[in-house]
Design a protein around this ligand. Sequence first.
Ligand code: FAD
Ligand code: NAG
Ligand code: NAG
Ligand code: NAG
Ligand code: NAG
Ligand code: NAG
Length: 477
Amino acid sequence: MRAFKLSLFALASAGLSAAVSVGSSITTDLGTFTLTKGAACACAKLSRSFGGVISPNGANYTLQAADRYWDVRADLSPACIFLPSTPKQVAEAVSIFESCNAQFAVRGGGHMNYPGSNNIDGGVLMPLEKLNKVKVNADTVEVGPGLTWWDVVVALEPYDRVVIGGRMKTIGVPGLTLIGGFHYFNNKYGYAMDNAVSYDVVLGNGTQVTANQTSHPDLFWALKGGANNYGIVTKFTLKTYDMPKVSTTIQVFNESEIPKFLDAVCEAAKLDDENPIAAGMVATVQYNVTTKVIDASLLGVQEGEWESVLETPKQMFRVMFSMKSMKPDAEVLYSIYKAWKEGVDTIADIQGLYPTFVTNVASAPAARVAKTNGIGNVWGLEAEPLLIWQFSTGWDLAQDDLRVEAWSRQLAEHLHSINVEKGIASEFIYMGDAGEWQDPFAGFPTENVARMRSIRANYDPLGVFSRLNWGGFKLGL
Ligand SMILES: Cc1cc2nc3c(=O)[nH]c(=O)nc-3n(C[C@H](O)[C@H](O)[C@H](O)COP(=O)(O)OP(=O)(O)OC[C@H]3O[C@@H](n4cnc5c(N)ncnc54)[C@H](O)[C@@H]3O)c2cc1C
Ligand SMILES: *[C@@H]1O[C@H](CO)[C@@H](O)[C@H](O)[C@H]1NC(C)=O
Ligand SMILES: *[C@@H]1O[C@H](CO)[C@@H](O)[C@H](O)[C@H]1NC(C)=O
Ligand SMILES: *[C@@H]1O[C@H](CO)[C@@H](O)[C@H](O)[C@H]1NC(C)=O
Ligand SMILES: *[C@@H]1O[C@H](CO)[C@@H](O)[C@H](O)[C@H]1NC(C)=O
Ligand SMILES: *[C@@H]1O[C@H](CO)[C@@H](O)[C@H](O)[C@H]1NC(C)=O
């Protein structure tokens, strides 16, 4: 009887109708979920402690559970949504999730594209957008996880300083920094993670710690590429650099020029100057299956006018990523492109098909930064050139989700297996380019993965970030 009354109170204070009880089905504008004991408990406690918790019928529910996401597939139906405004509230919320045994998801900039990585059906969604403070120091900047790279660029501009962050302006600072971070200038300064000098972290038991080179150095290392396996970062302190003069170039290529284009990408991957000029690019091929027209474009940025930063409009498509990496070899890369183009023709009937072939380079000098800075990162890459090839496929309808995934996965695995036979494959997987079916940890050095697990056992013995916050790229039990 007592339990019954408590659950009614719980639901009423979470803003849900009092007629709803644990085990019943709740339909929102975005889907249907069954109310669990954990979610009912956490939503009620959050509501009592902080107020302002958004329920499925509350204002801004769709804004928070759908509109803030880049990929339409990531829209889900949380049981309630709590937006903390201080690190202390994040810590209290994590303690509530743990004590209620409640499933939860955390959102930064909302760009990780697959469902469950940053949103949740029937659990608690915790967007971090109110943690939006930024403080500029002499050679670092302190950034809240609610900010995007554009916010940081704007804050630094009056000081003529830059950070090594994302290439597109609307990507979130937290997700990108925790998974690695490809920027135009990696070859000179390393990845975004290599430029983080301190992290404020809320651990699974609600304790707040600072991880830097002298305080919790093991956690400091593990956060450099270890994604959301250790805690919630409430502040990143990032190195800044004098703003370089930058030149940009946008080049467009037609189909007959694709071999030349792919060759140029491979050559860029191999660049290994002793004192590199910071330079990078975004290289993509688009195929219109209706008109059969291929276009390739290369946006290059190097030191020496300030880049135009690109927007990434949200909620445009459903998108599937699949990626693999290899030693740069223009001829093989061209054969992969050709197989992709032929493969696209086999799914040409899919409504709204928007296929792109993307290449990315991980150069030797970029890897050398972590090898020589006395800190390292979880990737442990050798100072050797790598080329990442990716299928980024957009489409319209949920009914084609499994078909697109199967197509993309099978093609990528098949082409990768040919590279394995040729001896030019690399098992390196970048979480920012990978599909949900891929396991990035399998490509890290085994000793690094073992160390990551032992650090996780020390910092999250309760398994809050594997059992309760299970979405995203997880180390596995
Ligand atoms: C259009 C587009 C362009 C891209 N361009 C680039 C690029 O140029 N370079 C590059 O490196 N990557 C790029 N990416 C990949 C991008 O870095 C990842 O998707 C990254 O996860 C986005 O970060 P976010 O904060 O926006 O993501 P979110 O989806 O909010 O978060 C990603 C993951 O991190 C977790 N998380 C978020 N905040 C925290 C926190 N404070 N503490 C602990 N865990 C947290 C989330 O729960 C989620 O699992 C791109 C992606 C897209 C869609
Ligand atoms: C809804 O979200 C907007 C945009 O973040 C905000 O300004 C407004 O205060 C929110 N309304 C409620 C009721 O939370
Ligand atoms: C690391 O953080 C601790 C605790 O905030 C601080 O006292 C120390 O100065 C920091 N060390 C470095 C190297 O920044
Ligand atoms: C492709 O571009 C090249 C260089 O601009 C040009 O010479 C060639 O005619 C073009 N080919 C087609 C089919 O448009
Ligand atoms: C392909 O071209 C057609 C005709 O120009 C256009 O309507 C369609 O939007 C294009 N598709 C993509 C994915 O760009
Ligand atoms: C919280 O967890 C950390 C890491 O495991 C541990 O050092 C600390 O003692 C714990 N704090 C409490 C209050 O249990």
